[in-house]
Write a protein that binds this ligand. Structure first.
Ligand SMILES: C[S@@+](CC[C@H](N)C(=O)[O-])C[C@H]1O[C@@H](n2cnc3c(N)ncnc32)[C@H](O)[C@@H]1O
Length: 203
């Protein structure tokens, strides 16, 4: 292995360890918490937000952050996988892509919401480009759901990967929302194609 590749791997590993260690010390279930925190610090996504849908929530660090930072709110979290109960968070175990789970989410609020966040991702094929396409589809599905469920000043935040569907997703977001930004939080691994799309105010 070349010298600069070795040092790059070493830096990436250290980087990862810092956030993993930090999350353990601070009592969060995953290092993913810092991505949402950094997005919030930069884009103030929780300002005037009381009702939130967290898609792809397990093991639950984003929901922990939402629960800690929203007073008197209503938060719903859904994931395919079971995860431990979080204070003030209504949890659903199921596949968001299925119609009946979308209906369960709608019925729980029975009105428009302020924020939809999605960290949904698949990581099953071992083929990074296929995983990124499927994750892109999840992002599109979440965005079209958010379009119908958000109130006018609502916000939508989603994971997306740099890849074949990236431009298509950003274009679609710009048709739906007035403000659209793409951001890679400092805690997101440098060697991953992961980015986040931050959308505000419906057109
Ligand atoms: C990166 S993890 C989310 C981490 C989470 N934000 C946290 O802070 O703990 C991605 C999650 O998306 C979930 N997921 C993927 N496809 C899904 C779907 N169709 N419906 C619900 N959850 C899904 C996976 O089960 C996985 O737990």
């Amino acid at each position: 292995m070349k010298k600069n590749k070795i040092s790059k791997n070493w830096i990436n590993k250290q980087h990862r360890d810092i956030y993993v260690r930090k999350s353990k010390i601070e009592g969060y279930r995953s290092r993913a918490i810092y991505k949402l925190k950094e997005i919030d610090e930069k884009f103030k996504i929780l300002k005037e937000v009381y009702t939130v849908i967290d898609l792809g929530a397990a093991p639950g660090s984003w929901s922990q952050y939402l629960s800690e930072n929203i007073n008197n709110g209503k938060i719903l979290a859904i994931d395919l996988l079971e995860f431990k109960k979080i204070n003030n968070v209504h949890q659903i175990i199921g596949n968001f892509s299925e119609k009946n789970y979308k209906k369960k989410i709608k019925d729980y609020f029975n009105k428009k919401v302020d924020l939809v966040v999605s960290d949904m991702a698949v990581n099953t094929t071992g083929n990074k480009s296929l995983d990124s396409i499927v994750t892109g589809e999840l992002c599109m599905d979440a965005m079209s759901f958010a379009r119908n469920q958000l109130n006018h000043k609502g916000k939508f935040i989603s994971k997306l990967f740099m890849g074949t569907s990236f431009n298509e997703i950003v274009l679609e977001a710009k048709k739906i929302f007035k403000e659209v930004r793409v951001f890679k939080p400092p805690s997101s691994r440098k060697d991953s194609k992961e980015n986040f799309i931050i959308c505000k105010i419906l057109r």
